[in-house]
Design a protein around this ligand. Structure first.
Ligand SMILES: Cc1cc2nc3c(=O)[nH]c(=O)nc-3n(C[C@H](O)[C@H](O)[C@H](O)COP(=O)(O)OP(=O)(O)OC[C@H]3O[C@@H](n4cnc5c(N)ncnc54)[C@H](O)[C@@H]3O)c2cc1C
Length: 412
């Protein structure tokens, strides 16, 4: 007989969005259970070691980084900054971001999970959902080859991959291929150099090596992870030149290519760039970073125009200050910006399924078109949509107007 467990809100995925949603549900006085397929929480923030939180501050030429977010996102960021012993950085364009320590991130998340009495099922994958007309009734996970069935009042899809809508066979927004994946790795024993100088040396040396056929052309997509040059270490992010399709053994092909490229690049750095002459490869992030995937369809779809025209909504529950990023297969990242000191808003309707009354979305899994999500997926925004979805899912039965006011009071 299959084990059966009841909860108020079931959350699929324990990344930035899922964790924030679980905290919100708990703060609303309800029972939250998180299903996470990895053996750790954090999703891309820890598994792919992305290294900086974007989307927290105003888009501004001012040197000072001023929080644009409020509520839980701001509270979490302040703790992350203080315990990581970092400060926000900005670039000449006016983008501000917070570097963080991956272990510190994990430990803060763990502390929240314990203090909020949130139940997490690790190494557990959502496999099936049971739908009755316009309501999700059950979700079945696989854990150690056993199946466990959950019943709930609401379910929040924070999988980044619209897994709930897919399993429920609901319409979803999908493309033939998605933005390029990237892999982070860290070198240690690097001689002192500033991040700016390293960035310039790297671009020059890689170009030379590519022009002279020492390295293949796709090595032009190597980036220093901002804020990572310290304690003789530096982290790099490399773009992987294989289309992201999520089909067949796509993940495996990309992971193998990433490992091969890291080896080639590490050897190159040691041989050709003097500050690396005594360096060695320290670690490779456990996961390749996949940026965007299929998205579910909500009562409203956030569009590229909403982002670029900085549209505002009466039922806004989150704000976005980050531009649209385009990570292509054959060139370095391209950014599309909106006006300085401006921001767009995300409607409550992007967090709820158009088809199922107790299905909610957050993080990379909100209802947004392919370009809009290329802005709305950054972590500062995932914390907000996650927290908002947690409140929303906890208030089923209340009017949307009341729910909106509650979320706006908490974080806008
Ligand atoms: C290479 C790269 C660099 C980036 N750089 C930055 C940056 O510098 N700053 C920034 O703010 N953002 C950055 N981002 C974006 C950001 O990290 C992510 O968009 C964000 O962390 C997504 O959070 P999420 O919770 O929505 O999804 P995820 O972090 O993807 O979390 C989803 C979770 O769901 C779990 N899951 C999936 N399917 C199932 C299932 N069937 N059952 C159970 N669990 C499941 C996954 O294991 C995962 O833990 C980057 C992303 C990438 C890939």
């Amino acid at each position: 007989m299959m084990e059966q467990i009841k909860t108020d809100v079931l959350i699929i995925g324990g990344g930035a969005a899922g964790f924030s949603a679980a905290v919100a549900v708990s703060e609303m006085g309800l029972k939250a259970i998180v299903i996470e397929k990895n053996s750790y929480l954090g999703g891309k923030a820890t598994g792919a070691e992305v290294g900086t939180v974007c989307g927290l501050y105003n888009f501004s030429k001012n040197k000072e980084s001023v929080f644009a977010v409020k509520g839980f996102a701001k509270k979490f960021a302040i703790e992350l900054q203080s315990k990581s012993q970092t400060t926000p950085l900005s670039n000449i364009i006016g983008l501000h971001y917070l570097p963080y320590n991956i272990d510190v991130y994990k430990s803060i998340v763990n502390n929240y999970i314990c203090k909020h009495n949130i139940h997490v099922y690790y190494n557990a994958s959502l496999k099936k959902v049971g739908v009755d007309r316009d309501e999700l009734k059950t979700a079945t996970i696989e854990l150690n080859e056993n199946e466990i069935q959950f019943t709930f009042n609401s379910i929040i899809d924070c999988s980044g991959e619209s897994i709930v809508s897919e399993l429920a066979q609901l319409p979803i927004m999908e493309e033939d291929n998605y933005q390029a994946a990237a892999q982070v790795f860290t070198m240690e024993n690097v001689e002192p150099i500033s991040e700016t100088q390293l960035g310039m040396v790297l671009i020059k040396e890689l170009k030379l090596a590519i022009d002279n056929d020492i390295l293949p052309p796709y090595f032009d997509r190597v980036y220093v992870v901002q804020g990572s040059v310290k304690n003789t270490c530096v982290s790099f992010k490399i773009g992987i030149p294989i289309e992201v399709t999520y089909k067949g053994k796509n993940y495996l092909d990309i992971k193998n290519k990433a490992n091969e490229m890291i080896q080639e690049l590490a050897d190159f750095l040691i041989k050709h760039i003097s500050v690396f002459k005594n360096a060695k490869l320290k670690s490779i992030a456990p996961e390749v970073g996949f940026r965007i995937s299929k998205r579910p369809i909500g009562n409203y779809v956030l569009t590229v125009d909403d982002v670029l025209q900085c549209n505002k909504f009466e039922d806004a529950i989150a704000i976005g200050t980050w531009p649209i990023e385009k990570w292509g297969m054959d060139k370095r990242v391209q950014m599309t910006y909106f006006e300085y000191e401006s921001f767009y808003q995300i409607s409550l309707r992007c967090l709820k399924s158009k088809y199922i009354k107790n299905l909610f979305f957050a993080g990379r899994s909100i209802s947004a078109d392919a370009e809009a999500i290329a802005s709305a997926r950054v972590m500062g925004i995932c914390f907000q949509t996650g927290y908002a979805a947690g409140v929303y899912a906890s208030m089923v039965g209340d009017s949307e107007d009341l729910i909106c006011k509650k979320i706006q009071f908490l974080q806008l």
